[in-house]
Design a protein around this ligand. Sequence first.
Ligand code: TYD
Length: 139
Amino acid sequence: MNRTTLENIQLIDIPKISDPDGRGNLSVIEKDIIPFEIQRVYYLYDVPSNSTRGGHAHIELIQCLIALSGSFDVVLDDGKNKKVVTLNRPDIGLLIPTGIWRELENFSSGGVCLSLVSDVYKEEDYIREYGDFLSFKNA
Ligand code: TYD
């Protein structure tokens, strides 16, 4: 049983240090910023604008997505409702709890999606069929 809803999805402010001499920005993720212990980091890049990534939910894994460069849309679905969050700032993280179907689309040219996750890669934690996801949510 998994009762997470779209309301459990959060945007996290990542501290930004702007250089006083105009040398650009620095953002830093220390352990208190992300509400889980990071076990793995991966990133999506060179994604064609007409491609969709994701297309799955997780049973246990928690994830934080950050648009390190460019922009993309994250379509979020709790089995009852859907919403789209556009990520386009390197100082905002999108926290996706367990049991949320997600699809990433509309990558801009140069768009990079950084993903911080709570576990190592385990295919058995993925729900990759939408019908299985609905069964999981409604069990
Ligand atoms: P996939 O989960 O389909 O990517 P996305 O959901 O972002 O579109 O993963 C693509 C391939 O990469 C698939 O064969 C699994 C593999 N993979 C790993 O080996 N390790 C990882 O940490 C991830 C995220 C994927």
